[in-house]
Design a protein around this ligand. Structure first.
Ligand code: GDP
Ligand code: IMO
Ligand code: MG
Length: 424
């Protein structure tokens, strides 16, 4: 396995947590490198469901070092709550490392996320309102507060005082919101800093040393390719880089060090939040997928929009991530549908678009072009090998491989760590 990157190949929630947990058993280190607690990664192990937002999904194994890299944004209250919750299950958290350069989410980021979304009215993005975008804005503006600043009291006090002044102007004068209180933030966050200080270090060194020592290192993607700030469905995207290139910057490692890149996808497509979704099903099939697949957001509880598998999107994910394989989850959710459809291209004004457009306005007036496949009725949730799958399910998987020109390496037939079939 050596050095493997796992990325979301659609709009997030593809089941990354499950696959990472499975591969983490053989990993020495699992690294998160972008995003923050906008992510919600579910791991079902030994009958317990864990919902992780910031702590890497490798934490459940005793010997795996878990890194929150420099490219992430860290809400200290959230990470501490997650640590406390894991400690209840006897998880040893001394293996957790947080990069000194990771930016800190503060209450004014959350407030501005909420207020700016409200001000956009029906043109909102549908963010998770966790302060992610405003925190990355401060990073780009070079006024952000990093973990190394948070644990240095005098630096923190000075930077916080400056930022509270600027942000309260924005909150009050621009949005008519309620100002944040310096003393309260300072007191709360210095208490968080005291607890978190021992986890803060230069994780780029740890990751590099582990790779050089020949250890198995897994990069855990959050969100998905279409939510990438640069190549995704802008402006309906997140504010970081969920594509594989994001690991280089967000974990401080060079691209030549990453060997394999596996894209995680669902056997259909979902999206939470606003923005284009060509294969969306606004009918009883969409409702059926949502109910059978329990498609409700892990972080916000919002119902996820559901639709057919889109090979145009997956080809895009193969290209922008350099995928060497796909893990296709939730095949079980499609059981019982008589006919399955996969979108193979988009039709516009009589012409067919094979590649996902760089400008989402080009999607207006596009009609998905579908190929149809026979469904299956057999319960596949206890399949132990792909040989146990019905012929129609195998045909579906082979069609996916052909349409996206990338091998399907794993197939998910249920949420548990044991419900994962090796394809090759
Ligand atoms: P992530 O953000 O990519 O880690 O995905 P989420 O955890 O937000 O959402 C994926 C959901 O699908 C979770 O509830 C998982 O437990 C569940 N899941 C993952 N793989 C499978 C699968 O193969 N079959 C079924 N039925 N559920 C799955
Ligand atoms: P995981 O890692 C699905 C979406 C939000 C919104 C957009 C911007 O669990 O797959 P943000 O709060 O990041 O500024 O919101 O991105 N979004 C996700 N959708 N899964 C996620 O993470 C997401 N993280 C952000 O719904 O549309
Ligand atoms: Mg999720």
């Amino acid at each position: 396995m050596a050095v493997t990157a796992l990325v979301g190949a659609q709009w997030g929630d593809e089941g990354k947590g499950k696959i990472i947990d499975i591969l983490a058993e053989k990993s020495d280190m699992v690294v998160r490198a972008q995003g923050g607690n906008n992510a919600g990664h579910t791991v079902v192990a030994d009958g317990v469901t864990y919902k992780l937002h910031l702590i890497p999904s490798g934490i459940l194994y005793k010997n795996t070092v878990c890194v929150i890299g420099n490219g992430t944004v860290v809400d200290p209250a959230v990470v501490l709550a997650e640590m406390d919750e894991l400690a209840k299950y006897g998880v040893d958290l001394s293996r957790l490392k947080i990069d000194a350069r990771a930016h800190v989410i503060l209450p004014y980021h959350i407030s501005i996320d909420e207020l700016s979304e409200a001000a956009r009215g029906s043109g909102d993005i549908g963010t998770t309102k966790k302060g992610i975008g405003p925190c990355y804005m401060d990073k780009a503006e070079r006024i952000g507060i990093r973990m190394c600043d948070l644990i240095n009291l005098s630096v923190f006090r000075e930077k916080l005082a400056n930022n509270v002044k600027i942000k309260n102007d924005i909150i009050v004068k621009l949005y008519g919101g309620k100002p944040v209180d310096f003393d309260r933030i300072y007191n709360d966050y210095t208490a968080y800093a005291e607890r978190l200080a021992k986890y803060v270090c230069d994780t780029s060194v740890l990751v590099y040393d582990a790779i050089k020592a020949g250890k198995n290192v897994l990069f855990e993607g959050a969100q998905g390719a279409l939510l990438d700030l640069d190549v995704g469905t802008y402006p309906y995207v997140t504010s970081s880089h969920p594509v594989s290139g994001g690991f280089c910057i967000g974990a401080g490692v060079g691209p030549t060090l990453i060997k394999d890149c596996i894209g995680i996808a669902k056997a259909y497509t979902t999206r939470v939040g606003k923005g284009p979704f060509p294969t969306e099903l606004d009918d009883e099939i969409g409702d059926r997928i949502r109910n059978l697949g329990a498609e409700f957001g892990t972080t916000t509880g919002r119902p996820r929009r559901c639709g057919w598998l889109d090979a145009v999107i997956l080809r895009f994910a193969v290209r922008v991530n350099g995928l060497t394989g796909i893990a296709l989850n939730k095949l079980d959710t499609l059981t019982g549908l008589k006919t399955l459809k996969i979108c193979v291209g988009y039709k516009k004004n009589g012409a067919e678009l094979r590649d996902f457009p760089s400008d989402i306005s080009e999607l207006e007036g596009c009609e998905p072009v579908y190929e149809e496949f026979e469904g299956w009725t057999e319960d596949i949730t206890s399949a132990k090998s792909v040989k146990d799958l019905p012929k129609a399910a195998m045909n579906y998987l082979k069609a996916v491989e052909k349409l996206i020109d990338c091998p399907v390496k794993m197939v998910g037939v249920g949420p548990d760590r044991t419900q994962n079939l090796e394809m090759r």
